[in-house]
Design a protein around this ligand. Structure first.
Ligand code: GUN
Length: 293
């Protein structure tokens, strides 16, 4: 048996087309959805992610107010910029690309963003609202995972979802979404303190790898027929590539694909969904701020 490959790129394109259609309708009413993506420094992965977000904004017909600041930008100057964007009524969403240079406190930066413009869903107000089932901006990567499962018509109700990784960006919010009444899975979170991890991951009907390390999930850790969602994006040296690296996920893809029922590739799986859900959140922000939701 060999897994069906989930085409995240195609599903993301579907979401992006739906967003673009709604943007056209909003523009006809004089509303121009606008996102400010702030990048500090030159982290190559971050530069690449931000470029992808800017391309998606252009394709969706949304206004791009991105700012690229030098590595040595002070925290004070970054907070001042966020304050200006918070007050600017023409800006609907603000996203600060993470990680930030070490001299800047990420927590203070996230806290400075107006929760109504926090299209990343990282502000504690949005995290809290998600936790108690109130309307909130959903963080883009976990939301993208749920939409992938939904669009693939993969049954989630009553299934055991095991998430490997407890980050604020993916593992923790995904656990909340997967155990919501709507998705209705039973959730277990594994992390670096978990003993006998394979015993637990082998019980998963839906296994999500979000640990941030290659080869976290090997074939012996997967139940035959499980759905495997790989959130990892790891750069590993590869002298045969012009860039000098290639991207791999957190799973040993080839061997896991032999026994899974569905699997997401890296690249082309969850990654494109993150950007699509960011476009969705920016549209939501514009609608909320114009009294349309
Ligand atoms: N760095 C890695 N993933 C993300 C994300 O979803 N949002 C932001 N702002 N930074 C990231």
């Amino acid at each position: 048996m060999s897994a069906t490959i989930i085409d995240g790129k195609a599903i993301a394109q579907e979401v992006r087309s739906e967003v673009a259609q709604k943007v056209t309708e909003l523009k006809a009413k004089g509303i121009n959805p606008c996102l400010a993506v702030i990048l500090v420094g030159e982290n190559p992965a971050s530069v690449s992610y931000v470029t992808g977000k800017q391309k998606a904004l252009a394709e969706a017909g949304m206004t791009d107010r991105s700012v690229h600041l030098p590595e040595n930008t002070t925290e004070e100057d970054l907070l001042k910029l966020i304050d200006e964007l918070n007050k600017d009524k023409s800006v609907n969403g603000i996203l600060v690309q993470l990680p930030l240079p070490k001299h800047i406190n990420e927590d203070r930066v996230i806290m400075a963003i107006n929760p109504e413009k926090d299209v990343d869903g990282f502000h504690p107000v949005n995290v809290g609202n998600l936790m108690i089932g109130r309307k909130a901006f959903l963080p883009c990567t976990p939301h993208g995972v749920v939409v992938l499962l939904e669009k693939m018509k993969i049954e989630t109700s009553g299934k055991h979802c095991v998430i490997v990784g407890r980050s604020n960006i993916v593992g923790k919010p995904l656990a909340i979404l997967m155990s919501s009444r709507k998705v209705n899975s039973t959730v277990t979170i594994c992390h670096t303190g978990t003993k006998n991890m394979a015993e637990i991951t082998k019980q998963a009907d839906i296994l999500v790898a979000a640990a941030g390390h290659p080869s976290t999930i090997t074939k012996d850790m997967v139940k035959p027929g499980a759905v495997v969602i790989d959130v990892g994006v790891n750069r590993i040296p590869d002298s045969t590539k012009k860039s000098g690296f290639r991207l791999v996920g957190d799973c040993d893809y080839d061997e896991v694909a032999e026994i899974a029922s569905y699997i997401t590739p890296v690249p082309g799986g969850v990654g494109p969904m993150t950007i699509a859900m960011l476009m969705f959140n920016t549209l939501e922000a514009a609608m909320n701020q114009n009294g349309l939701n």
